[in-house]
Design a protein. Sequence first.
Length: 502
Amino acid sequence: MDRLVSGRFYDIMSLRLIAALEDMGVTESIVGRRRRTFLQHESAWSAANKLRGGNFVSYHFGSMTEGTTTPGMGSDIDTLHCDDDVNIMSGWPEWERGRHNLLMVKHETCSPQHYRLQEARRDLPLPLTQPYDEYCVTDDDGNFYRNNKKFGHIVRQSNAGDNLPYLQTGPSHSFSEMYDFVYAYKCRTLPAECDSWFTRSRPAKWPTPEMLQIARELGCFLIPDGHCFSEHSSVEWRISPSVIERHLMFSMEIIHIQCYVTLKLLKKDIINPYLNGNGKLTSFHCKTALFYAREQLLPEMWTYDHLFDCIIYCLTLLRDWTTSGHCPHYIMDEVNLFDGKLNSEQRDRLHTILTIIIDTHLAPLAFVETDNLGVRLLHNVYTVAIWDMTPRRAVHQGITGFLSVYGNHKIMKQVLLILDGTAELSPDEMCLYLHSLITQLPLQQLHRHRSEQALYKLDAVNREYIIRYLQQHLATTAASICLQQDIHIGSRIRSWYCTVRR
């Protein structure tokens, strides 16, 4: 009987929690809108960068792109810029003449998630014997490795030149707390640390074989971030399968997203305040618990009336990891995500607060202040009016309004950066330049993997968007030349205007 009563209580509270989360904007439509906005900006940035002759490809990661946030969380925007000028080799057969080649080396001092990058000659597939800049550093054996401080130095100097502040958090560099920028290199293939992930048993049959095959092809990045306990951290580069993790998050249904958002709200308002600066539970710890829960819980558990059960399962995983002292990375399980975040004493304290939350059947949710979650839960319980609570419609309008303004602003910014190249040109030269860009853009192959089919549609939309604005400037410039030279404005110029107005 007690089990039946407990189950019924969980069912009711699950539905009330879902209603509160939907009030806060954690709905399928809002999540989809967030993803489209930031993936569209990612696509536009990469296209514009290529047109300006750059060799960086941009990726958006994190909660804003995944749609796993709410207005009150104050989530930042995580962007990774990948330098395609550098060829990362897993072996010497991958060396390419004339390029900056770096060989991944698993040095004896490296942790499971880290590598050194050995410098190679550009004329022969051999190790470099003489440094060519200050970021080539040597070890006791005379081998030259790539120092991981270069990107930080460049961003610091750039911000200083633009009279902007410089903020650093781990491998990210920025001018504002709203943005995190990480610079990285792309690996050709996944390293051996990821092999076991593809072969382990999965009770819930997730990820599917098709998803695993896509994950193999997506690859990973090398982030300029040494291990927190290493004496040689300045020459270590961390493996980051963030593009695979994004792929996994995009496969999640709304019930999984709502579970993850709840974990993050508990982390923000209950768990970390209890730790009081003595260690820190991160969103990535919560995401790792979600991944393992998704892999282990059968699909029939992921239903609206079982949301409480799924949240408690994730919290129990986190508590078990505090007991063992090892929080396994989802894709590289030898990596301990507690390293540098929580020591033994701090894990004990985390264990205590997780136990309280689990044993009280998630009662601390009533004390979550972010987006008035606790108030919304009480409102759903007692069906009384709470006048200081923002209605669902207003919350949703605020989110979509922000996304619309942000998305259009960012795409227009890329168009203006492209047009910066016309500033010093004569009208005739501007016409030729714009015409050449319009001709190139539809053929521009962004660095999309064939598995990212949904993103190709966004690429096509962005190409059309950019083309229309370029054609507007081309038509205006050409028409001005015709008027200046008293020449009839031909049908071709008029057709460019018609294209813009569609």
